[in-house]
Design a protein around this ligand. Structure first.
Ligand code: SF4
Ligand code: SF4
Length: 420
């Protein structure tokens, strides 16, 4: 336990609009990375009066994205300074390599290019609704009830958010609940796209509104999958059938082709003890055959309320206990490292606001039960940010180092430690 060290959440994430204008001035922009993040960054800068000249991307299949050229970085980077242009990196996993390329090409940090961490990547999460996909030990929400946000309420929320936060980058739909259970999800996607890019996050267990949602063309659909066939069903806390999932994957492909939308389909494969090799290869092949992207993430006891239960000695529900035993890392060893790393800032603070289906605001996207305010409309966005910074729950979370619980990050700080 870490009682002394506490690092409050920052009020401002990355550079402000005024700082960006002072650094970039009228220079044309290149954005390195033409994926979902790059496209969201393009729209953010254009919305705020900047000119984006082209994307840079190593993918030879990309030539035009969002009506501008996609160029190969090696053909352009040496001329950026001469041209008087400015570069923005937009590939999180490659940020160190991109920075190295920029420096080698004679570009100066903060003068000719921005380091990735200074980008104002303010991602909102809005819980579009449906039943919850999880089964926490002590659920304080109406887990089984089909609660969702109406398109009318959603429009009001997004309008307020976009007006009060010009650097809003994108919106994730949804968080714990299933957005494809919301009968108004297609309208919600269309509304979002009038403002910012949107990512629909689903477990793909429901297909009644799937075609309408695909036709509305979200910028990205992220499908979370916990395994393949047997392990897919074993590794769920909230239930889910493999056959339904498989059929819906094929329907997704069919609707994407039928409506000719350029939505990026990204399957997030969650790694447990039992699914990392053969099953992952099978899922990779399936995605390749459907033309979907695939990536991996380590399994956690999502949401982090469950980790707090572990830290404070509460009994876990049988479903969560089962998942705990399947984690590919040792929970006691890793929680000790979290405490050791606890003096560092919260890793998830850029993802805000997190707005529930009833317009209440949550503290972050990791904890389901920690709230900031019951009604997003009661005060201004700036005041909500101030209330978040002062929220005492962050002290509880940081006491156990849960704000640093990210296996990839911990591996960087403790490369010699065996976490398995
Ligand atoms: S994520 Fe929230 S709503 Fe879902 S089961 Fe857990 S506590 Fe309940
Ligand atoms: S409660 Fe959430 S926002 Fe607060 S420190 Fe923990 S992870 Fe960060």
């Amino acid at each position: 336990m870490n009682k002394d060290k506490f690092t409050p959440i920052a009020e401002v994430q990355g550079l402000t609009l005024t700082e960006l204008k002072n650094i970039i001035r009228q220079r044309p922009l290149y954005i390195w990375g033409a994926g979902f993040l790059g496209r969201a960054i393009k729209r953010l800068f254009e919305r705020n009066g900047f000119t984006v000249k082209a994307f840079l991307d190593i993918n030879p299949d990309l030539n035009m994205v969002e009506s501008i050229a996609v160029l190969r970085p090696q053909n352009v980077i040496a001329n950026i300074k001469k041209e008087g242009a400015f570069l923005i990196p937009a590939v999180g996993s490659q940020s160190a390599a991109i920075e190295r390329h920029c420096l080698e090409a004679g570009l100066e940090k903060n003068k000719d290019f921005l380091p990735y961490m200074r980008m104002p990547r303010q991602q909102a999460v809005i819980e579009a609704g449906g039943a919850c996909n999880y089964a926490c030990s002590v659920c304080v929400k109406q887990n089984s009830a089909l609660n969702y946000m109406s398109a009318e309420l959603y429009k009001k929320v997004l309008n307020k958010l976009a007006v009060e936060n010009p650097l809003l980058l994108s919106v994730d739909l949804s968080l714990w609940r299933e957005p494809l259970l919301n009968p108004e999800i297609a309208e919600i996607i269309r509304i979002t796209k009038e403002y910012v890019p949107c990512k629909l996050i689903t477990k793909l267990q429901h297909s009644v509104y799937l075609e309408k949602a695909v036709k509305a063309s979200p910028d990205q659909i992220q499908i979370n999958a916990e395994g393949y066939e047997k392990t897919y069903e074993q590794n769920q806390t909230g239930g889910g059938r493999w056959q339904t999932f498989l059929e819906n994957l094929h329907k997704l492909k069919e609707y994407k082709d039928k409506h000719n939308v350029n939505t990026e389909i990204y399957l997030m494969y969650i790694l447990y003890k039992n699914n990392a090799v053969d099953d992952f290869n099978k899922m990779r092949n399936l995605c390749a055959s459907l033309g979907f992207k695939i990536g991996t993430d380590t399994a956690y006891l999502t949401p982090y309320d469950n980790f707090l239960d572990v830290c404070e000695g509460r009994v876990l529900s049988p479903q969560i206990q089962k998942i705990k035993d399947l984690l590919p890392w040792n929970i006691d060893a890793v929680l000790k490292l979290c405490v050791q790393n606890g003096g560092k800032p919260c890793l998830c603070q850029r993802i805000f606001p997190v707005i529930n289906y009833d317009a209440s605001v949550l503290l972050c996207h990791l904890f389901c039960k920690a709230g900031v305010i019951d009604n997003f409309f009661d005060v201004s966005y700036d005041e909500i940010v101030k209330m978040r910074v002062k929220n005492d729950f962050c002290k509880v979370c940081q006491r156990y180092g849960l704000h640093r619980l990210d296996i990839d990050v911990l591996k960087k700080y403790f490369p010699e430690k065996d976490m398995a």
